[in-house]
Design a protein around this ligand. Sequence first.
Ligand code: GDP
Length: 444
Amino acid sequence: MAFEGLTDRLQKALSGLRRKGKVTDADIRETMREIRLALLEADVNFKVVKDFVRNVREKASGAKVLEGLNPAQQIVSIVNDELTAMMGESAVALNKSPKIPTVIMMVGLQGAGKTTTAGKLALKLKNEQNARPLMIAADVYRPAAIEQLKTLGEQIDVPVFDMGTDVNPREIVKAGMEKAAELKSDYVFIDAAGRLQIDEELMQELADVKDIAHPDEIMLVVDAMTGQNAVETAEGFNDRLDITGVVLTKLDGDTRGGAALSIRAVTGKPIKFVGQGEKMTDLDIFYPDRMASRILGMGDLLTLIEKAQKDYDEKQANETMEKMKSNTFDFNDFIDQMDQLQNMGPLEDIMKMIPGMANNPALKNAKIDPKDMAHIRAIVMSMTPEERENPDVLNPSRKRRLAAGAGRPVVEVNRMVKQFNQMKKMMSGVMNGNMAGMEQMMNA
Ligand code: GDP
């Protein structure tokens, strides 16, 4: 998960302040020194760090903050606002042309994830707007790039235009645009060439393609794992092509996160999407404010709720809520919930989006083992329908039968049933407005 180190250090710096009743100028200086180091270590561009620290200091050292009711909290809020501002305030949508097709030219270095992202974006538009995209295979240099795009196209059912590798990309793009007109495509993605490094020949080719296709969006794809290099790449492409947006890929990896924090400030161009995995659906809109909260370990509830909504069947969710409320949640519902959760992605990542959980020591090295989930499922599957609907009938002899059926020790069955009962009680409490139940469970 990206940003872990940064989150840790920022939280440490800020919790030092929180412990103090009264905050002095010297305390703020010390905190800012720690924040500065944390950002530099996370690979944030030094000029960006300098501006950030200056802005926070200016706002924080005002007498108002120090004399206010809760100075530490006010400083956290200033840091949060400045982090958000550094990444661009609010989400910026994909450009759209008033007439069809909207042309999106994908550029970036080899391996950044350009081809994959073209497919992800095309699928997103298809799913969310019923769009009819066409993808043009114009990367004739990277071995297998064209085949890769064709395979992706088949997978997501989007047509791909190609002319093999022996034709000049300028010709391919010209012919591809004609094809788009013929197909009445509403979006065209040009998978332009990439290189291992920026060079003049590449830039000239991309500039020519830009002149031919008049893209509405020149989307630079950069790999977040490359840290400072990502920022330099962005500057290089922007100087020459005047890019319109950035997709930051591989944020699911173990990146220190500096690129996400610097690119907007250095290039002035918005990060529009982030890639968070290899699957075709692993592309999310970039929300600077949510990212800032996530970095500060304050969780990202909105994204969590949206994820849940996307994967959730609303009717079923309402039914479940009702059951939780009336305390009639049973093992059938439990298994449904488990399936839904697993569809949302790795559990430990999801848990970290809950406010206050990102740095919860209990989760620090938590790997929620899919094997454990499988064991729980095996136990539930060994229950009779009556037992699933009415867990109260589970007496010791029934539990022994379940253990034998699932091939798990009896203690595990006991533990699982006990946890289920606790969870049920807690949920019914929370649903009926009693948050104390939630805290009890967190501290259990
Ligand atoms: P291109 O040379 O820029 O077209 O790069 P590709 O699209 O071929 O991507 C290079 C590699 O990065 C592939 O193995 C992709 O699956 C992988 N990749 C792309 N985006 C992401 C992402 O957001 N997360 C992860 N983990 N891998 C990604």
